[in-house]
Design a protein around this ligand. Structure first.
Ligand code: FE2
Length: 337
């Protein structure tokens, strides 16, 4: 019988794979847009004013950024070490799509990938040219230098789709990555999954079941309670999976961004540590906006992992500030074995 032997919650964003100097390439965009923070939107300057007492300028200084960067790299190394030590046979990843595969013309809430394989590869130059500064520099962490075919888990995916239909889940099914003509900014595997293959598995890929949630884009972002239930469903399907496989389950995304909210992140980390399903189910959807919404993947992973006997450590929590408004990405890493 299949057994879950590893649970990981990890962030995956560009600040993990760019230098503290390159982080500043995002600041122009940070200044130009409105940001979600604690359930409301604010202009950049309003956030600077609001957060004046928090000493964020120092934490966003080159010295502060360099310390945060080093802590993240150590946490990524630790995560990869744990992966290697546990050595799972297969992996279920809860991740999100960020207009890589799904465009507004057709934007499914939950998609199960049921192909035999999926692919990743280099991003052609004319497509890379459409990526914003501070993002394109991180592409090395999301792409293979050559076209690479990865094994998927069609049998487990079929079981999930079938069991889902019985239980009131009518998943969108995909058996190849949707492809869009150039100059669309993406080909191959979305970054929520590619980051795991590259930086957690370090390219020694095991068969993966990608479960893709639209966390980011209105109007059909699933609610936290629904994501927790998705994880529970996947847990049931795994417990019934008639295959002798040691399984890893990963929630990929978050934490709070593009404005960091340490209080919210710590509360979520505590809820995971305490297996507090009610807290996770009850998260106010107004807090799950922009990049923070990717934490829905953490909620799904929790729904799957709370029912196991696994437990473990917070490897690290690193709020990576790049401005005095609190913009940046908070990075988090939890492993249960
Ligand atoms: Fe992301």
């Amino acid at each position: 019988m299949a057994e879950i032997v590893l649970g990981l919650w990890t962030t995956h964003g560009p600040q993990l794979s760019t230098t503290p100097e390159e982080w500043m390439l995002r600041v122009k965009a940070d200044r130009a847009r409105r940001h979600w923070y604690k359930g409301q939107t604010y202009a950049f300057e309003a956030l600077v004013e609001m957060r004046r007492g928090e000493n964020l300028a120092e934490r966003a200084s080159l010295e502060g950024r360099t310390l945060s960067h080093a802590a993240c790299q150590a946490a990524i190394r630790r995560t990869a070490e744990i992966w290697k030590a546990v050595d799972p046979d297969v992996c279920v990843i809860f991740g999100n799509d960020q207009r890589e595969l799904m465009l507004p013309a057709l934007q499914p809430a939950f998609t199960v990938y049921h192909g035999e394989t999926f692919w990743n590869g280099p991003l052609p130059e004319e497509r890379a040219a459409t990526l914003p500064p501070g993002i394109v520099e991180a592409e090395w962490a999301n792409r293979t230098p050559e076209r690479t075919e990865y094994p998927a888990l069609p049998e487990l995916a079929a079981g999930l789709i079938e069991r889902g239909i019985e239980d009131g889940w009518d998943f969108t099914a995909s058996n190849q990555w949707p492809d869009h003509p150039s100059p669309h900014h993406h080909v191959g595997t979305p970054h929520a999954f590619a980051y795991i293959l590259r930086r957690v598995m370090e390219d020694r890929a095991v068969p993966v079941l990608p479960i893709i949630t639209n966390t980011f884009f209105p109007p059909n972002q699933p609610r936290p309670w629904r994501c927790f239930a998705l994880g529970e469903l996947v847990g049931r399907v795994l417990s019934e999976w008639d295959r002798d496989a040691r399984v890893a389950v990963i929630g990929s995304g978050g934490m709070s961004h593009f404005v960091i909210d340490e209080g919210f992140d710590h509360a979520l980390i505590d809820a995971i540590g305490n297996r507090d399903a009610d807290w996770l189910r009850g998260i106010d959807p107004a807090l799950m906006k922009d990049g923070t919404s990717e934490l829905l993947n953490w909620v799904s992973a929790s729904g799957c992992l709370f029912g196991t006997g696994l437990s473990g450590e917070l490897i690290d929590y690193v709020p990576c500030y790049r401005t005095e408004a609190g913009s940046g990405t908070a990075q988090g890493f939890i492993a249960w074995t």
